[in-house]
Design a binder for this molecule. Structure first.
Ligand SMILES: [Zn+2]
Length: 367
């Protein structure tokens, strides 16, 4: 008999007139408890994150593979069932996590009725270039609010060997572009300052639009042209022109530095010979990937400013001769030289031949 016909014959209503089945109270209670202690996870780039691999690998990355059970849901999410609530909370606290170099988002199952359920991600963000006199909780909180919902804040005083550090833990919409730079007017009559934001544990993202959901080659977003960025307001027009000039200068400096790096590499052929083919490909990929991480994202949005303050005629960046270069080169060096990672960037790695690599970095230590 034809298979479809066979199935159709069984699609009858015989039995619908019987007494409805009822789950026993014990089963209901155990099911509710299991769901309450579960975490729903979704990959931000599903095309590169197969669900079976993610289900098998994430618990190992969490060091909880013997205490967590994963279930793939029909909607493309994975639900991880914990036995202890503190383990669930620990996973959230140690996040964000990635699988196959793309970030994943997670939410406790009990938040499923919330409008922003499974749409946000939380990073520790280090803020650079805040002048000493503004390095305090109130100012940092105000800056943090521009990035998203603040979940934590830490200001580290400088020591003889280390510069000061300003960190904010920010939760924001995982489907919106990341912000890497932002001009700020700290006070009237002073030059505006270009703040830089570095995201701890950030993995791949689109260097064209700054989103976590796709690669540059797959980007369908078009950045506004400089002409479109110019607002009708005359004062804002002036600000935009200044920003563009600054961008050109930084581009020129970055290109100059890039040439210097290439020249140094050319003069050190031994290093290149020592790399096997796979390593070379990795480095080429990383170099290509990081080369313009900063530039396309510069000057998005208008500067943060205190109302009533006019746009100054010059801009500068504290502690750097070339802001764009500093950001991109630092990230590049950090990635290719893991040994140079400071302790707070210690990596946790789990390798699985079938499932790929999960990498997370431990959160910054408490001061
Ligand atoms: Zn994009």
């Amino acid at each position: 008999m034809d298979r479809d016909l066979w199935k159709a014959m069984q699609n009858l209503n015989i039995g619908s007139n019987l007494q409805p089945l009822r789950l026993s109270r014990d089963t209901q209670r155990r099911n509710a408890t299991a769901n309450r202690l579960s975490l729903v996870v979704r990959g931000l780039n599903p095309a590169h994150q197969n669900l079976t691999g993610m289900r098998n690998t994430l618990p190992k990355a969490w060091r909880l593979h013997d205490r967590v059970r994963g279930q793939i849901n029909d909607d493309g999410t994975i639900q991880f069932f914990f036995t202890e609530e503190h383990n669930l909370l620990s996973v959230i606290d140690r996040g964000p996590w990635s699988f196959k170099d793309w970030m994943v988002i997670m939410d406790p199952w009990y938040r499923r009725g919330n409008p922003n359920f499974l749409t946000t991600i939380s990073f520790w963000v280090q803020i650079y270039n805040i002048p000493n006199e503004y390095r305090n909780q109130e100012v940092v909180e105000e800056i943090g609010r521009e990035l998203g919902h603040q979940e934590g804040l830490r200001i580290v005083e400088p020591t003889r060997d280390n510069l000061s550090e300003v960190w904010v833990r920010i939760r924001f919409d995982a489907y919106q572009p990341l912000t890497f730079t932002r001009y700020i007017h700290f006070e009237e009559g002073r030059d505006q300052v270009l703040l830089r934001f570095e995201y701890e544990r950030l993995k791949k993202f689109c260097v064209t639009c700054g989103r976590l959901t796709h690669e540059r080659m797959e980007c369908g977003h078009v950045l506004p042209q400089p002409q479109q960025l110019i607002e009708q307001n005359e004062e804002e027009q002036l600000c935009q022109q200044i920003n563009l000039q600054q961008q050109d200068q930084e581009q020129a400096l970055a290109e100059g530095e890039q040439l210097m790096v290439e020249k140094e590499e050319a003069e050190s052929p031994i290093e290149q010979v020592d790399h096997d083919e796979e390593e070379n490909l990795d480095q080429i990929h990383i170099a290509e990937y990081m080369q313009d991480v900063t530039q396309p994202l510069l000057n998005q949005g208008t500067p943060v400013s205190i109302p009533g303050i006019s746009c100054p005629t010059t801009t500068f960046e504290i502690g750097s001769t070339s802001g764009a270069d500093r950001g991109s080169k630092r990230k590049f060096e950090d990635i290719i030289s893991e040994d140079s990672y400071p302790a707070r960037r210690q990596r946790i790695e789990e390798t699985n031949d079938e499932d790929g690599l999960v990498v997370a970095i431990r959160p910054p230590p408490e001061p």
